[in-house]
Design a protein around this ligand. Structure first.
Ligand code: UD1
Ligand code: UDP
Length: 380
């Protein structure tokens, strides 16, 4: 089989745990040459570099160093810089994960040059177009060639938008591959003990959605809720850089610290997951953290009106709440618990091999036809 050049895109924190399992699996395939392209949308040591170490990723082959900026500028920088790389190195396919500005920028640059695009985590919809991620998802799915979905609701969303079934392959949730790959390392990490937190004795929180942190009134309301909880139960809060800037601007960092909320820098993957493993409850607005806590059966309260992963996929241990309900909802779950969920189908640690098999079928249609394998072989 002739060698195929595969670009794997990373950009922001939640991309690393989606791309790492695919990168490891592709490197075992003789036909694949995987090249890691980091757009540099996230660039701090603890938002980027630490994940290469934790997830066993080699340093990126290319770093586009786009950094931060308003949506148009950031997406435009990704397009312009990735286009230049595409002209030098014409990959056979580009894998774009998730729904961030770099996902959209790389997709647009590639499809306009006739380079094939596979979208990892396709088909999720919040049906809320005020979220920048929803725009990125809808546009990426409209133009990408191969759509890897995590759950049946994602397939249904794509079908409703008129995507032909042969472009869709359900592979499951690839973040769970990283979790299972590192389960023992996570369990042995020791971060919870080092912080003096008892198992099932604390609330872990992360917040970074613009709707929760950019409006000082909403942020103050959520901080009020966190303070009320910290009165009785330790609250551990690794702070995303967007949120850190907003807390500082609103003068809320001191307020949280004074009421005992344990503020800390963003954590590496194994340290953070060690805290998830031991938590009594997770309070978050993160898509990834919802998925991980649901998979683990840790109760999760999500401070968002809508989510892109359907209730069917995240059944059980995940409840959506309003920013005004934080303290009451946490108290309720601490006292009464939540029903335990079972992991959704295909959230099983084997999504990366399914993606690799799908990519092989996509890149070698003639060989597959000769072997009698249909081009699209969806996983039921
Ligand atoms: C981005 C994604 C969001 C995803 C999140 C994961 C978009 C539109 N948003 O949001 O979907 O859930 O990443 O964490 O793509 N900053 C730093 N250091 C860094 C990175 C960011 O200080 O390494 C600060 C900068 O001030 C920047 C701000 O955080 O302006 C926001 O970063 P940006 O990447 O634009 O958006 P996120 O809120 O991180
Ligand atoms: N995460 C981490 N350290 C932290 C907070 C989160 O490693 O301090 C991991 C988390 O386990 C999940 C991913 O980052 O795998 C989620 O990223 P984020 O919340 O930034 O983005 P989202 O999933 O909301 O797009």
């Amino acid at each position: 089989m002739p060698e195929k050049l595969v670009h794997l895109i990373t950009a922001v924190r939640p991309n690393f745990m989606k791309i790492a399992p695919l990168s490891h699996a592709l490197r075992r395939e003789p036909w694949a040459r995987a090249v890691l392209v980091h757009t540099g949308q996230h660039y701090d040591l603890n938002m980027s570099d630490v994940f290469f170490r934790d997830l066993g990723l080699s340093a990126p082959d290319h770093n586009l160093e786009v950094g931060s900026g308003p949506h148009g500028e950031q997406t435009g920088q990704v397009m312009a810089r990735y286009e230049r790389l595409l002209m030098e190195e014409r990959p056979d396919v580009v894998v774009v994960p998730g729904d961030v500005n770099s996902t959209l920028g790389c997709t647009l640059a590639a499809v306009k040059m006739g380079v094939k695009v596979a979208h990892l985590e396709a088909g999720l919809r919040s049906f809320d177009r005020t979220m920048p991620e929803e725009i990125n998802r809808v546009v990426t799915d409209a133009v990408a060639d191969l759509l890897w979905t995590p759950s049946p609701d994602a397939d249904e969303n794509l079908a409703r938008e008129g995507v032909p079934p042969e472009r869709i392959e359900r592979i499951g949730n690839i973040m769970i591959d990283s979790l299972e790959m590192l389960r023992e390392v996570i369990e042995a990490d020791g971060s919870r003990e080092r912080l003096g937190l008892d198992e099932r004795g604390y609330v872990l929180t992360t917040l970074h959605r613009p709707a929760n942190v950019d409006d000082p009134a909403v942020l103050a309301r959520i901080c009020g809720g966190l303070c009320a909880i910290a009165h009785d139960t330790p609250v551990c809060f690794p702070v995303h850089p967007r949120t850190a800037a907003r807390l500082d601007a609103a003068g809320l960092r001191g307020t949280l610290a004074d009421c005992g909320v344990r503020l800390m820098e963003p954590l590496g993957y194994t340290s953070f997951m060690n805290l998830v493993f031991g938590a009594k409850l997770v309070l978050t607005d993160s898509g990834g953290v919802q998925g991980e806590s649901t998979y683990l059966g840790i109760p999760c309260l999500t401070v968002r009106p809508r989510i892109e992963q359907s209730a069917a996929a995240l059944r059980g241990a995940n409840r959506l709440i309003d920013s005004a309900q934080v303290a009451a909802a946490v108290r309720d779950v601490l006292q009464r618990g939540m029903p335990r969920s079972s992991p959704p189908p295909l959230w099983d640690g084997c999504a990366a091999p399914r993606a690799v098999a799908s990519l092989k079928r996509f890149l070698f249609p003639a060989e597959q036809a000769a072997a009698g394998t249909p081009r699209s072989k969806r996983t039921a």
